[in-house]
Design a binder for this molecule. Sequence first.
Ligand SMILES: [Fe+2]
Length: 179
Amino acid sequence: MSRLTVTPDTAPGTPELCTEDPAAIARALAEIDVRFERWDLPVSVDPEAEADVILAAYRPHLDRLMGDTGAGAADVIRLRPGNQAYPAMRSKFLDEHIHTEDEVRFFVQGAGNFILHANGRVYDAHCTAGDLISVPAGLKHWFDAGEDPHATVLRIFTDTTGWTPHYTGDKISALFPAG
Ligand SMILES: [Fe+2]
């Protein structure tokens, strides 16, 4: 189940909000300009299917989203146990960073945590299948799907150069591991 925990950035371990209510999650994240939605999961989509099949299943949602954001493309990334490249990929996004374009992700399967740092708080959004999250350009955050992920995620983007993390140099993420 999706979950949001909000904690003062000076007080790890003392959350002021913890909710599994999607509407409450969306409201809290909207305060820091992060978009959160739950999409209906087409029952026919197999997370192991070809990328084109998965993208076609979500095409109506994607068209609406791209109309809103102006993003032009989408692809499918799979995080699987035993993926040799995963540890390096994981560490790349574990330190606090920003991007030059919005980071827009939809979870087809599995889960991962977007951890956002704004307004003197740390917002740990545990996203699960059916969740859309859009992190605006310039918002400090980090991401973790754990040591042994099994997730299928859509990436909606304008230009892949936007995926490059620009690190803030703040080591705060070590104090707020994904919950
Ligand atoms: Fe990121």
